[in-house]
Design a protein around this ligand. Structure first.
Ligand SMILES: Cc1cc2nc3c(=O)[nH]c(=O)nc-3n(C[C@H](O)[C@H](O)[C@H](O)COP(=O)(O)OP(=O)(O)OC[C@H]3O[C@@H](n4cnc5c(N)ncnc54)[C@H](O)[C@@H]3O)c2cc1C
Length: 548
């Protein structure tokens, strides 16, 4: 059989690296002005594209699978569902980590799988995993490929398992239990639209929603924009079905159990290292956007905003769903790029002491039953007022929600301009939050030309996350090494000052080197023992994942 697919027109590295297939975001005029000012770019610079990645994809590493392997997989899943051409292997070799995008721009695909296989059913996944265990072939489960932690690379080759092509159906909506049983490869929009048709919502909206899957959300232990109210993905999983080399694990959908450990939780955050999640049963929520109460607030300082946020979370009158603070860096950029700077309203705010360089935006929504949402929002407004925050209406929140997914498209044009831009995120207790925040800023400020924006977007009674977005001119000619050093220093700074390795992006290969030091030897030994039991031949996403 011939498994080499004919080359498509869009056969370039750029086609693989760009975010989404809906649009390639142009940088708007406010942003252009800002970039010129921050990075000293000229009109000439703006016309050029740095490392655009327009070359045709060619892999140096040949596929190491034998024809007999490909024939077996083709006879099992259908030859259309087994691809071993360079372009397909390159496409499934990575996610959206900055380092991977840089590699693609430099025309490099360091860790391609040997083939891409799209199983059509749970039973086919079982047979693939059995076969790969016998033949010692690595298996990398893949969803929307939006991983930002190098979790989809195939340093040992093997097969990338495309779960999106066929395993993408809702199996059952159970209105009595208020749960949904769904195949793992379904993407966010298809999942949510179908739930909405039945009056429900999934409640999980990562910024990557358009291009990520239920299986990926669970595997990377993700969190959506309304996680403070709805919970993180692991709170939503009731049961799941996973194929491991040691057999199929199928947990039951009881509301709770006291019979040993919650086995399904082992797979939340396993990042494909234990097995392939083929199905999940999740809690669902009422879809009633008309009930949502929204409010924007402004504070004179980050410290005051954080204190008000903590008070809201600890006062026990009900939780917001969306709950965010943008620090002064992010607030200033938001004001500048929205054209707010210099307006009458801006002058008014300044007159009241909400100054550029220290003022902070807070966005809140409360969802659920209408009177509940209003009641909680009323309480929040009172807390915020006492905490010296000022209500600025619900317009800014609605505007933010409307463009929520578009900012993901900005990274490509920024990289085209030779700007390094990446994100990190951490969880931190309230008593250490300001320390991590200021240490991270100090670290980034030491790099000439760099700046950072930080926000809080997932909030708890005992702490919150911090989400860091940094921008800096690339060191041209030494882009990768320069980024690696800078990134390492920032991770060290965050962890050294009391932050966790990750809050919701997972660990993958990028953050794996910090795992043992952070968790301790005994915890790592426990994780390794579980891995050895479920995957004795280390075929599931092998090669440096999670520090295993
Ligand atoms: C622009 C952008 C914004 C983002 N915003 C957020 C955000 O707001 N919140 C958030 O939580 N994350 C965010 N992320 C990170 C990423 O989108 C999440 O980690 C997401 O959950 C990954 O889902 P995916 O389907 O793309 O998984 P993939 O990237 O395909 O895979 C991620 C990991 O899960 C494993 N995996 C995937 N499917 C399965 C399966 N069925 N069984 C077993 N293992 C599997 C893979 O092997 C890999 O280790 C963002 C990423 C980008 C690029």
């Amino acid at each position: 059989m011939n498994y080499i697919r004919s080359m498509e027109r869009e056969n370039t590295y750029r086609h693989i690296l760009k975010w989404g297939d809906k649009r390639e975001e142009e940088v708007d005029s406010h942003m252009i002005t800002l970039l010129k000012e921050k990075f000293g770019l000229t009109d000439e610079d703006l016309k050029k594209k740095h490392l655009p990645g327009r070359e045709e994809v060619r892999l140096e590493k040949p596929s190491l699978l034998k024809p007999s392997h490909l024939d077996f997989l083709g006879s099992l899943c259908g030859s259309d569902n087994v691809l071993a051409d360079d372009l397909s292997r390159a496409r499934w070799s990575c996610g959206k980590f900055y380092g991977e995008l840089l590699d693609l721009r430099l025309g490099q695909v360091p860790d391609p799988p040997d083939a891409v296989v799209a199983p059509r059913s749970h039973d086919e996944v079982v047979k693939i995993v059995e076969y790969c265990s016998d033949e010692k072939i690595a298996v990398i489960p893949a969803g929307g490929q939006s991983s930002v932690t190098g979790a989809l690379r195939a340093p040992q080759g093997g097969i990338a398992l495309d779960l999106t092509k066929h395993l993408n159906r809702i199996i059952e909506i159970n209105s009595v239990n208020k749960t949904v049983r769904v195949e793992a490869g379904i993407m966010g929009p298809a999942f949510e639209e179908e739930l909405n048709r039945h009056g429900y919502s999934c409640g999980h909206f990562p910024q990557s929603f358009e291009y990520s899957t239920v299986g990926g959300w669970i595997s990377a232990r993700g969190a959506g924009q309304a996680s403070t109210g709805y919970g993180k993905i692991e709170d939503m999983v009731v049961a799941l079905k996973a194929v491991t080399p040691a057999g199929v694990i199928e947990t039951k959908d009881f509301p709770r159990m006291a019979q040993g450990w919650d086995i399904h939780r082992l797979f939340a955050g396993a990042e494909g290292t234990l097995g392939v999640i083929t199905e999940a049963t999740l809690h669902i929520f009422n879809h009633a956007p008309e009930n949502t109460a929204s409010a924007g607030f402004i504070f004179r300082s980050f410290e005051q905003a954080v204190e008000a946020m903590r008070t809201v979370m600890q006062s026990e009158y009900g939780k917001p769903h969306l709950f965010r603070i943008s620090d002064p860096g992010e607030t200033d950029i938001a004001f500048r790029t929205s054209g707010f700077d210099g307006t009458t309203a801006d002058r008014l705010l300044k007159g009241l002491g909400f100054m550029t360089g220290s003022r902070c935006l807070m966005f809140v929504t409360v969802e659920g039953e209408k009177s509940y949402a209003r009641f909680v929002m009323k309480k929040i407004r009172r807390t915020v007022r006492r905490g010296k925050g000022m209500f600025i209406g619900s317009g800014p929140v609605r505007k933010w929600l409307a463009q929520r997914y578009s900012s993901a498209y900005m990274r490509d044009p920024l990289m085209d301009l030779g700007i390094m831009t990446d994100t990190l995120e951490t969880a931190v207790t309230w008593d250490k939050l300001l320390k991590v925040w200021s240490a991270a800023h100090e670290y980034v400020n030491r790099r000439p030309g760099a700046f950072m924006m930080i926000h809080i977007s997932h909030v708890y009674e005992n702490g919150a996350n911090l989400y860091f977005t940094f921008l800096s001119p690339m060191e041209r000619g030494n882009e990768r090494q320069d980024f690696a050093l800078f990134h390492r220093g920032l991770v060290d700074t965050i962890i050294g000052n009391g932050g966790s390795i990750s809050h919701h992006h997972g660990v993958g290969r990028v953050l794996a080197p910090w795992m043992e030091g952070h968790l301790g030897k005994s915890s790592m030994a426990l994780m390794t023992a579980v891995k050895k039991h479920l995957d004795p031949d280390n075929i599931m996403n092998p090669g440096g994942m999670l520090g295993l």
